[in-house]
Design a protein around this ligand. Sequence first.
Ligand code: XMP
Length: 511
Amino acid sequence: MKNEELILIIDFYGQYNQLIARRVRECNVYSEIVPFNTDIEKIKSKNPKGIIFTGGPASVYAENAPMCDKEIFNLGIPILGICYGMQFMTYSLGGKVARADKREYGTTEVSINNNSKLFKGFGNVNNCLMSHTDFVEALPEGFENIGSTDNCPNAAMQNTEKNFYGIQFHPEVNHTVDGTEIIRNFVYEVCGCTGTWKMSSFVQDTIKSLKEKIGDKKALCALSGGVDSSVAATLLSKAIGKNLTCIFVDHGLLRKNEAEEVSEVFENSEVNFIKIDARKRFLDKLAGITEPEQKRKIIGEEFIRVFEEEAKKIGTVDFLVQGTIYPDVIESGVGLGAKIKSHHNVGGLPNCVDFKEIVEPLRDLFKDEVRKAGLELGLPEHLVYRQPFPGPGLAIRIIGDITEDKVKILQDADYIFRKEIQESGLDKSINQYFAVLTNLRSVGVMGDERTYDYTLALRAVETSDFMTASFSKIPYGILENISSRIVNEVKHINRVVYDITSKPPATIEWE
Ligand code: XMP
């Protein structure tokens, strides 16, 4: 039977909900996130092996505090409450939640009772991320304390008879040491899951549901040649075959040789593949534009217009497929997270789209999970492990206004940087690396001549989820070689700098 082991995640507007889902998937168990006000009958019908209450920004005493049906505690299903989830459990079962004078935030040493199933395999203390103001002052009847910090006497609790557990800290984030093991303990030791879900299940289930959803209607896929859209296109192609048309737009802001490389892969495959040369169109629209968000919006909108035009040529096309992945969704400010920038395939969408529906099969996945799905689908490794390239392309790596000349300068410099990194073998450990053409010009000397040319910045980061990243410590010798090649071989660059900022506080891209 499909997904016979389900962990249901009840969403109380927590910031890290998808990370919880991801951690459960890492334990090879299927998970689904549902809103806190989901009907109790619907919850029962899903027959979950366990339930996780997420964190959330509210206080249980707030006027519109999210609450789910209290009947959930009578279903005989194990529950793990995280942060607000623990407070909601406490409040609902007769314990007391109180408000601290000040918020506790940061990685904190938690003393834990490792006789609890939840902390099996742990020592007596564990560093965990605490982020809360309210706290559990008195446990509900039938519960015992299994964890505390200096500031928070009830940092973890359990009721072993009912299989209810609460933790004030966040096991889903990397700051909590071995947090995934806590989730694994809940899922395996408490809920009795055996771990039958794999990425191949995601692939099969997604193909099946895409088939059901799209039927014999037509779909267009925005193919960029990057791993996300290639995986999305392959899923769709397996689901609906020739009713899928993939459109690759050359907006003139791609990396050197990229348009040719992408065309080569897909022109020789089974999918309907169309390449549109829209270089002039995009550059005209972007002329004189310097503001990053405006660039993104223009490119996002122009993309959609190109698709709409192509779609009309094909006939009635109901669905537009996009390779949006989870970090794109949250960082574009959809939902409660703060808006950082409009990723062109999410926040930058124009309001009037001709398609009936946008299909985003990878919307809940993180980058490394998308790569796994790509391998499952049999895509070649060089494509699957390709570093990400943003939809707006070089437009957001040219600071200030964009001209054809600047695009050429950046393409040539970026090409040298990428080749050198690959040849040094550092491409295995650096997850994204590229050049940025700043709009700063400075004085240099070449031969005996004075130059007044552009400064190029090099960016290289190490990250697994692209939501946080550290700058890469590239050895000086390699940087020196790259710098000297670029300045010597690329006209109009006379200075190269290396970006030594991590994310946060910087983002990976400069715009
Ligand atoms: P930032 O700059 O937000 O980037 O730290 C995180 C990751 O997302 C990529 N990125 C984009 N991808 N459309 C995309 O498909 C976009 O508009 C976009 N903007 C940034 C970026 O390259 C990095 O991998």
